[in-house]
Design a protein around this ligand. Structure first.
Ligand code: CA
Ligand code: CA
Ligand code: CA
Length: 412
């Protein structure tokens, strides 16, 4: 039986407004839409209004056979020296949820110092510190991300019991805090399988293209017959110091929507719908142009998630797993090293001997190659990228690809 015919539109408007911070629309519709679809972003209760520093973990819906990333966030760090270091533990029911990985969060907490995970008893603990600046962050900051996977067999929940062992400011004073626990609930509904590719758009702009390749029933992992996707919101997250999103282009049939790019925070949000629905595979859903900013060879990870994905009737679909791509500025052949081979790959691509891609040997990694020399509105691969990398390899340019002051092109 069908639900409201206009639900995808309501949902998409709600999505766009919620995710993109648009002005108030119809508040009721927005809240309804959020409660209908926003199963994965049930936020931890915040005690900010009371002036209490809170360390919270998100509540999340986990697909059977799938994994998701949850944020651990400190809110309400008081004005002063700011956050310098933390030590946290998380306990959970390992028969329902397991911690696959503990990662850093936003800068300056983009890495963890130590992490230990025991999935046999259900305890993870980790520490991090930031030594980049005596003025640490105040207010709200995402300090780490946990990759969780669902391992149970029915719709049950596990508490995500966070405990703050210690929270320090950069002067070495303890910051009093409370913890905000979350939960992870297994879902046995529909699972969307996403794909993230890197390459070039029709005009040569390099970047990534997210897509949904299939929708499965969680119980038997068989494709859901006749399912039409109606709307999505996607997030692309990255370290804003290493990567910039220059543009995000919605592609038909999901071309009604909106885009919000926040490079300082390292997140780009897309939300779009298609009124009549479309069956998977839908790839690409969009094209997101990327620029790498760091020194030659430095690594940058870009993660794609779908905070909301619904079928044409508004029923939620959980993503099986976030998708990631790792980039290295200059590494055109994708072997993680910077060498003359990268120069060769670019030159060979330019005369049509190699194709773009990042999943088969011999392909040219478009974003890595194009980002050697930045090119205006978007980066593309030109012979100047090969030239600059060669100049770097012979010592004429520094790792940021600036010409060295005492190096000159040969005279006559
Ligand atoms: Ca707790
Ligand atoms: Ca290489
Ligand atoms: Ca270029």
């Amino acid at each position: 039986m069908r639900r409201l015919q206009n639900l995808p539109a309501v949902i998409a408007i709600g999505c766009v407004a919620l995710l993109l911070g648009a002005g108030p629309l119809n508040h009721t519709a927005l809240v309804d839409a959020a409660s209908t679809i926003d199963v994965s972003t049930d936020k931890t209760p915040r005690l900010l209004d009371l002036g209490v520093t809170t360390v919270g973990v998100e509540s999340i819906a986990l697909p059977l056979h799938g994994s998701r990333i949850v944020s651990v966030t400190v809110s309400g760090v008081p004005a002063g020296p700011g956050l310098g270091a933390y030590h946290l533990t998380l306990s959970y029911n390992p028969a329902i949820v397991q911690v696959q990985e503990v990662r850093g969060g936003s800068a300056p907490f983009q890495t963890v110092l130590t992490a230990s995970v025991d999935n046999s008893v259900g305890i993870a603990q980790w520490t991090a510190l930031q030594g980049s600046n005596l003025q640490g962050p105040t207010g709200d900051i995402e300090i780490s991300r946990l990759v969780l996977s669902g391992v149970g067999s029915s719709e049950v929940c596990s508490a995500l019991n966070l405990q703050v062992v210690e929270l320090w400011d950069t002067n070495g004073n303890l910051i009093p805090s409370v913890d905000g626990d979350g939960s992870a609930c297994l879902q046995v509904g529909l699972i969307g399988v996403a794909r993230l590719r890197s390459g070039a758009d029709a005009d040569g702009a390099v970047g990534i293209s997210p897509g949904i390749i299939t929708v499965l029933n969680a119980i038997d992992l068989q494709p859901a017959p006749g399912l039409l996707l109606g709307a999505y919101s996607a997030s692309v997250t990255y370290d804003g110091k290493a990567v910039q999103v220059l543009d995000a282009r919605l592609k038909p049939p999901f071309d009604q929507g909106a885009v919000n790019i926040d490079n300082p925070s390292g997140i780009a949000r897309l939300a779009a719908l298609t009124p009549n629905g479309q069956s998977a595979p839908i790839a690409p859903l969009a094209f997101v142009t990327l620029r790498l900013l760091g020194p030659v060879g430095s690594q940058a990870v870009v993660t794609l998630d779908f905070p909301a994905l619904v079928d044409v009737d508004g029923a939620p679909i959980l993503l099986q797993a976030s998708q990631e791509r790792t980039f290295r500025r200059g590494d055109a052949d994708g072997d993680s090293l910077i060498s003359t081979s990268d120069v060769l790959f670019i030159a060979q691509f330019l005369v049509g001997w190699r194709e773009l891609g990042d999943d088969l040997p011999g392909q040219v990694h478009a974003v890595n190659a194009a980002a050697i020399k930045h090119d205006g509105e978007f980066d593309r691969i030109t012979v100047a990228d090969a030239l600059w990398l060669m100049q770097y390899l012979v010592g004429l340019r520094d790792p940021m690809l600036n010409l060295l002051a005492n190096s000159h092109p040969p005279q006559r």
